[in-house]
Design a protein around this ligand. Structure first.
Ligand code: FMN
Length: 303
């Protein structure tokens, strides 16, 4: 029997398999204690801005049925410290690095992109979808005109392929996807978190100091699968699918919906080895189904 071949081409980068880590839920040094990072198709790092950001006040995390709320607010050490620390550490692993980029203005995104373009990251993921920051963030991701403007700006300064990460907090996700594709985005990742809220009825107060936060985890998966399916039919560029992936079969579901690669987020906060567990489960699913390649999974879908 021929061996499984999970390799994929994703927006110009070669990946040994389609499993990646979702931004904000992966730290190389933490994960490196639990598994060989080099087994993953790629890693997507925590959001980084041109300068350090303090993030939001605590409490910033809340648990919900089937998921969690976070309002970390893109706390990060800034691009220079990120390059010197996280990126330098990641060099030792044979896996492409996708750096996630945050900004409050087009200028801030461009500054970070310029700095990261000079490193050996394989690709940049532009987060225009964070629901927890006052300026920038989601504002760019909910308006096709602004999403296009940011994409155009970062494309003009980037030496690396650009993935644009979309927010699900919109009426028609395909409008935003088409707008960023038209400006030359090399790929799209979706979804970021859904805007959510939880109230502590004993304390009679919102659980998060920020009041609202990003809702992630298995409860959001049907929304994410639906959006990947819609966007796959609206654009030609590759898609990274994520949102509530907890198992190998969840990963296969996203591939059937139209994702080229997938990302594991909240699952890795629950169980640090989730990304490699999901990779192994995906392989087991392929064996069981008689699939040899990732394309076989997609082609088997009858929807
Ligand atoms: C604690 C936390 C921090 C996050 N930080 C970022 C971030 O910095 N940049 C980003 O684009 N997405 C960020 N996200 C969103 C995730 O990358 C992902 O899109 C979302 O959580 C949905 O996937 P999941 O349900 O598998 O977690 C964060 C999510 C969580 C839970």
């Amino acid at each position: 029997m021929r061996k499984l071949d999970l390799s994929v081409q994703f927006a110009g980068i070669e990946m040994k398999n389609p499993v990646t880590t979702a931004s904000g839920t992966f730290s190389a040094r933490d994960s490196g204690q639990f598994y060989d990072i080099g087994r993953l198709g790629a890693v997507v790092t925590k959001g980084v801005a041109s300068e350090p950001w303090a993030g939001n006040p605590t409490p910033r995390i809340g648990e919900t049925y089937g998921g969690m709320l976070n309002a970390v607010g893109l706390q990060n050490p800034g691009a220079d410290a990120f390059i010197a620390d996280e990126l330098a550490y990641l060099k030792q692993f044979s896996t492409p690095v996708i750096a996630n980029v945050a900004g409050r203005t087009a200028e801030e995104y461009c500054l970070a992109v310029e700095k990261l373009s000079e490193t050996d990251v394989a690709m940049l993921e532009i987060n225009i979808s964070c629901p927890n920051v006052k300026e920038g963030g989601i504002g760019f991701g909910t308006d096709p005109r602004m999403a296009a403007e940011i994409t155009r700006a970062v494309k003009s300064v980037s030496k690396k392929p650009i993935l644009v990460k979309l927010t699900p907090n919109v009426t028609d996700i395909t409008e935003i996807a088409k707008a960023v594709e038209a400006e030359g985005a090399d790929g799209i990742s979706l979804i970021n978190t859904l805007l959510g809220m939880k109230i502590d009825v004993q304390r009679k107060k919102p659980v998060l100091a920020n009041i609202m936060g990003g809702f992630s985890g298995p409860a959001i998966k049907p929304v994410a699968v639906r959006m990947v399916y819609q966007v796959r039919r609206a654009v030609q560029i590759p898609i990274m699918g994520l949102g509530g992936i907890m198992t190998g079969e969840d990963a296969a579901e996203f591939i059937m919906a139209g994702a080229d690669v997938i990302s594991v987020g909240t699952a890795a906060l629950v169980n640090p080895t989730a990304p490699v567990d999901i990779l192994e489960e995906l392989e087991a699913y392929m064996e069981e189904q008689g699939f040899k390649t990732i394309a076989d999974i997609r082609q088997a879908f009858q929807g």
